[in-house]
Design a protein around this ligand. Structure first.
Ligand code: A3P
Length: 275
């Protein structure tokens, strides 16, 4: 198992804690956990298990870069460390801060069809409220402004799905070649081709294979096979059942996102079959 190195292993193998050479910066509910875990199947990839929230949290950021490095797993010098904190994508200060750490870092963004992502985002918040026995608004009432009957652009789950707006802020610091867009909808249905594109983007030899990914019909998702004895599925909180959303609201949102999606395709050079 990778990850928890003993003192003996650290000394014997010259293990080191390295700053990430690639970061999954978002998008929340895009499949960021699945992407990180699946990339970790690669022998040259080591993951930071927790979301570090170094660049988006002022208190953490003030602790300095050595604190951040100290949060990284031990790895061999040739391995690359990856972390994921989906809040990075939408937080104002983050691009500049990452640029200051490493201006040639590789940035991964995993996206899903924007309306689906917004509903997924809502579902996660709803579950949190229900856990505390609190009631919560219906998605329709949050996503649509009651006075104007237009899409409520103040609602965070809507704003996060306007991918181009956020990406444009990042592009003030990093050239577009330093980003790789992962299709989160395809990562669900057919992960291997998406992972192979990431391997290429990271200049890694192709090592993740169909052997490492098996469809689990009970979970309804692909799970991970590291080797003959070790396999795992993601936690049950990944792959929630979404509430049914009024069809007219879905259409309204899809129409709203459409021009932003076009811009996103244009900038990234990656086109999706979003409505
Ligand atoms: P849903 O809960 O809406 O289905 P994140 O890790 O960024 O929070 O993303 C969570 C989403 O990852 C889930 O959204 C789920 O659809 C998706 N996902 C992709 N591949 C998955 C996998 N192999 N197992 C579980 N969830 C996966």
């Amino acid at each position: 198992r990778k990850g928890n190195a003993t003192k003996e292993q650290i000394r014997l193998h010259n293990l080191v804690q390295q700053l990430p050479r690639a970061i999954i910066i978002g998008v929340r509910k895009g499949g960021t956990r699945a992407l990180l875990e699946m990339l970790n199947l690669h022998p040259a990839v080591v993951k930071a298990s927790q979301e570090i929230h170094f660049f988006d949290n002022d208190k953490n950021y003030a602790r300095g870069i050595d604190w951040y490095r100290g949060k990284m797993p031990f790895s061999l010098p040739h391995q690359i460390t990856i972390e994921k904190s989906p809040a990075y994508f939408i937080t104002e200060e983050v691009p500049e801060r990452i640029f200051k750490m490493n201006s040639s870092i590789k940035l991964l963004i995993i996206v899903r069809e924007p309306t689906t992502r917004a509903v997924s985002d809502y579902t996660q918040v709803l579950e949190g409220k229900e856990r505390k026995n609190k009631t919560y608004h219906k998605f329709e009432n949050l996503a649509i402004d009651a006075n104007t009957c237009e899409v409520n652009t103040k609602y965070k789950a809507v704003r996060t799905s306007i991918y181009t707006k956020h990406l444009e802020r990042w592009l003030k610091y990093f050239p577009v070649e330093q980003f790789h867009i992962v299709d989160g909808d395809r990562l669900i249905t057919d992960p291997l081709p998406e992972l192979q594109l990431v391997e290429r983007f990271l200049n890694l030899p192709s090592r993740i294979s169909q052997y490492n990914l098996y469809f689990n019909a009970t979970r309804g998702f692909y799970c991970l096979r590291f080797n003959i004895v070790f396999n795992k599925c993601l936690a049950g909180s990944k792959g929630r059942i979404h509430p049914e959303v009024d069809a007219s609201v879905v259409t309204k949102l899809q129409k709203f996102f459409h021009p932003f999606n076009q811009k996103f395709y244009q900038i990234t050079g990656r086109t999706f079959n979003w409505p």
